[in-house]
Design a protein around this ligand. Structure first.
Ligand code: AMP
Ligand code: ZN
Length: 114
């Protein structure tokens, strides 16, 4: 998707502070962090929202969570606790329409979120 911000990070057209990548997913630091650790894990495949996932994407979503687990361990928040979630559509606060797992940690995280 030529006009997608996160596809541009994947393609190297705009910079990202990449912390993890493999053949299927990429992870980089959020430009406006909401916690000491705030990384976004994205699939290399352009998928706009959770609603656009199909059964063939099941392994890919699993790989996003495995990347989150690895990053949390490397960043030292795995034991204390962290959150890994996706917003879906505007009502949930989604602003970039290429699915992304927010990985947040390094502080106490309240529940429910706002
Ligand atoms: P969401 O609101 O769930 O769609 O999350 C989009 C996230 O992307 C926000 O937390 C933004 O701060 C983040 N973001 C937007 N542009 C960039 C960028 N160029 N590099 C890194 N993170 C970004
Ligand atoms: Zn995209």
């Amino acid at each position: 998707m030529s006009d997608c911000l996160f596809c541009k990070i994947i393609n190297g057209e705009i910079p990202g502070e990449i912390v993890y990548q493999d053949d299927d997913v990429l992870a980089f630091r959020d430009i406006n962090p909401q916690a000491p650790l705030h990384v976004l894990v994205i699939p290399r495949k352009h998928i706009p929202t959770i609603n656009d996932l199909d059964s063939g994407d099941a392994e890919l979503v699993g790989k996003m969570y495995l990347a989150a687990k690895k990053i949390a361990a490397e960043e030292g928040v795995a034991e204390a606790g962290y959150r890994a979630l996706m917003n879906c559509n505007a009502g949930a606060g989604q602003t970039v329409f290429h699915i992304h797992l927010h990985v947040l940690g390094g502080r106490s995280l309240g529940w429910p979120p706002g």
